[in-house]
Design a protein around this ligand. Structure first.
Ligand code: 8OZ
Length: 369
């Protein structure tokens, strides 16, 4: 890395109608700190406001409907109270000069009857249980056996994504990111390990990409294509995600997004929260070239690797999860080459302000709340 590569991290970027002051994005992070009703509290607003110097914040995965929830104490964006709770968050971030998208989430089969409305089975493309555990009431429990979605039930789920996007804008978000990664519903439709349907949504790659395209179409019509991004994770094994041939699947998936003129494609390169070099069969540079919008790279990036990849034109943006979790002023620390606070695993999921809003700013400055 040459010293001036670092300048690339602080080049502004136009994203839809937004102007991002730098290329450093806060990745969506599940923290399980909202109330039972899925309503973000003022503590959540403080947490995001502390991180407003990110080029863009992508707020944590948020269920678009009750059936879309798979974990305890995650936020929703389907009730008036949830919209009002998020409004406090977006106001706090905007007051500090930041920009914030919301990640829209339907977990599909990665759920448990304990958390589903009326204790029903979670829905999925096919009745195949995910080899996964979800965090419910303080512990990780195995997922429940799902039921296959009736084809007639699919349009309502597509529409729930569009309504989630409208609600997000009503809550003051600058845009939305569709969670198409980590083995959740969109990803379940994409992959043959979870999609064994014999109708128009299963079988061929074209059919398996259909649900994602319908969601993208509905959401871009609802809020405008410049306000929509999508996150994919081509080779991750998270939540039992598996495909027998992910390379052609994901090249096709990315190409099929082009007609929608999305603001960005957010890619988890390698294994989520794990080895970023795991299974290099997917050529991310090729994916990037075949996508028309901005490319946001993610997973285990350092300041140096991000600077190198952005100056080389490999990525337009790089998102950081654990580094932003532990360093509210990550942008300033990167600018000055300061040491980083280390994230504390024990406080990732659930709990209070500890490990949430109390990570110190550099030079011992008190965290502004
Ligand atoms: C960690 C714990 C619970 C959910 C993801 C939304 O993997 C998540 C998640 C991460 O995308």
């Amino acid at each position: 890395m040459s010293p001036h590569d670092l300048d690339a991290l602080f080049e502004p970027l136009a994203l839809g109608s937004l102007r991002l002051p730098n290329r450093l994005v806060m990745a969506p992070l599940t923290r399980n700190r909202v109330g039972e009703d899925g309503v973000p509290t003022s503590m959540v607003a403080d947490y995001y406001a502390q991180r407003a110097t990110a080029g863009l914040i992508i707020a944590e995965a948020t269920q678009i409907c009750p059936e879309g929830q798979g974990y305890g104490l995650t936020p929703g964006i389907h009730t008036p109270e949830q919209i009002a709770g998020w409004r406090k968050v977006t106001d706090a971030v905007h007051q500090r000069g930041g920009r914030i998208f919301l990640q829209l989430w339907h977990v599909g089969r990665v759920s448990n009857t304990l958390i589903q409305p009326r204790g029903k089975a979670p829905v999925a493309p096919s009745a195949i249980r995910a080899e996964a555990r979800t965090w419910i009431a303080g512990e990780f429990l195995p997922t429940s056996q799902p039921v296959a979605l009736d084809i007639d039930a699919i349009p309502a789920i597509v529409e729930a994504h569009a309504q989630g996007a409208r609600n997000a804008l009503a809550a003051g978000f600058d845009g939305v990111e569709l969670h198409g990664a980590n083995g959740y519903l969109i990803d379940q439709f994409l992959r043959d390990g979870s999609n064994q349907r014999t109708d128009a949504y299963g079988g061929s790659i074209t059919n398996r990409v259909r649900f994602m395209c319908e969601v993208v179409d509905a959401v871009t019509r609802a809020v405008g294509s410049g306000k929509v991004g999508i996150r994919l994770s081509p080779v991750t094994p998270s939540n039992g995600a598996f495909d027998s041939d992910p390379v052609p699947l994901f090249y096709h998936a990315v190409e099929s997004l082009n007609p929608f003129n999305l603001a960005y494609l957010h890619v988890i390169e390698g294994e989520t929260r794990g080895d970023r070099n795991y299974n290099g069969a997917v050529d991310y540079a090729k994916l990037r070239r075949s996508f028309r919008g901005a490319y946001m790279a993610n997973n285990g990036y350092t300041r140096e690797l991000a600077a190198e990849r952005i100056s080389a034109g490999y990525a337009d943006l790089v998102s950081f999860g654990r580094s932003f979790l532990a360093n509210p002023d990550l942008a300033e620390r990167f600018r000055q080459g300061l040491d980083l606070n280390l994230p504390e695993n024990a406080t990732f999921y659930g709990g209070d302000r500890r490990g949430y809003t109390d990570y110190p700013f550099a030079a011992g400055a008190a965290a502004p709340a």
